[in-house]
Design a protein around this ligand. Structure first.
Ligand SMILES: Nc1ncnc2c1ncn2[C@@H]1O[C@H](COP(=O)(O)OP(=O)(O)O)[C@@H](O)[C@H]1O
Ligand SMILES: [Mg+2]
Length: 263
């Protein structure tokens, strides 16, 4: 029997997060209208769409950050490695270690760089000083900020530039070894050089993490993401390889958006 050589099937990679028919209401305002999306391990997925289309809301459903907002109702299913994260009795603290989050405004705590990066570790089990030192160096290296801060680890993180603060915040998330890192417009408050440092870092990180990135910057999405999901008014309009979305979208709304006709 002849054995045919086939291309490795990219679509065969197991989904790390699978969301099915996710609806979310703020009071009576339905912000997400039935989102089905699957995220693959070791990929960068970009979520794009005009302001108010539900990108941040959807991102927050992936680690239950909307639970903190009063008046929110959520329906549907979000599975992390096959398990429903909304199942009763689920621990959101450990969920948020597995699915970490980085925000638009760098938000370091008013502590030293060292204490920022070890914050999540110190919440968990006891670590020796050596273990903490090693975790700090590894996370700061992964976040591409080690060389800039290694001689001032015990200075306040608030004394750093915005771009350095954001990379320290990313290190703080990485230090607890999450599976998935969610980032909500992480470079939109930063200068172009800092943004480009963070973009290169994210590309390097995907060998160890799955990255889901909300961005209003379409060139950023096309530069660094493997897949792109286009949202509009609470709906997922189109989800495909980033190249297809930007070069050959199937839906007219996607084409209108990426060619700058609205948004
Ligand atoms: N905390 C909130 N309370 C009430 N409504 C909200 C809240 N956050 C977002 N919304 C509404 O949900 C919709 C989607 O918002 P959002 O997810 O922030 O969009 P995007 O991130 O794409 O700009 C908008 O209509 C917005 O006004
Ligand atoms: Mg947003």
């Amino acid at each position: 029997m002849a054995i045919e050589a086939t291309e490795p099937d990219k679509t065969a990679a197991p989904p790390i997060i699978d969301t099915e028919d996710v609806h979310l209401w703020y009071g009576s305002n339905e912000a997400l209208k039935g989102i089905n999306l699957t995220f693959k391990e070791h990929e960068i997925t970009a979520l794009i769409g005009p302001s108010g289309c539900g990108k941040s809301t959807y991102l927050r459903t992936l680690n239950r950050m909307n639970d903190l907002i009063p008046g929110v109702t959520i329906k549907g299913e979000v599975k992390l490695k096959g398990k429903d994260i909304y199942a009763p009795g689920n621990d959101t603290v450990s969920l948020r270690k597995e699915v970490g989050m980085v925000f638009q405004q760098p938000n370091p705590f008013p502590f030293s760089i060292y204490d920022n990066v070890t914050y999540g570790l110190r919440l968990g089990k006891q670590h020796t000083r050596e273990q903490l030192d090693e975790a700090v160096e590894t996370a700061l290296r992964q976040a591409a900020v080690w060389e800039e801060v290694k001689d001032k680890l015990h200075d306040s993180a608030l004394g750093l530039s915005g771009g350095q603060q954001q990379r320290v915040c990313i290190a703080r998330v990485l230090a607890v070894k999450p599976d998935v890192v969610l980032l909500d417009e992480p470079t939109s408050a930063l200068d172009p050089i800092s943004s480009s440092q963070i973009e290169s870092m994210l590309v390097a990180l995907k060998k160890d993490y799955t990255i889901i990135l909300v961005t209003h910057n379409m060139s950023q999405a096309s530069r660094i993401s493997d897949r792109t999901a286009f949202f509009l008014q609470g709906h997922l309009v189109e989800y495909d390889d980033t190249k297809t979305i930007f070069l050959n979208p199937h839906k007219k709304e996607t084409e209108d958006y990426i060619s700058g006709r609205f948004g």
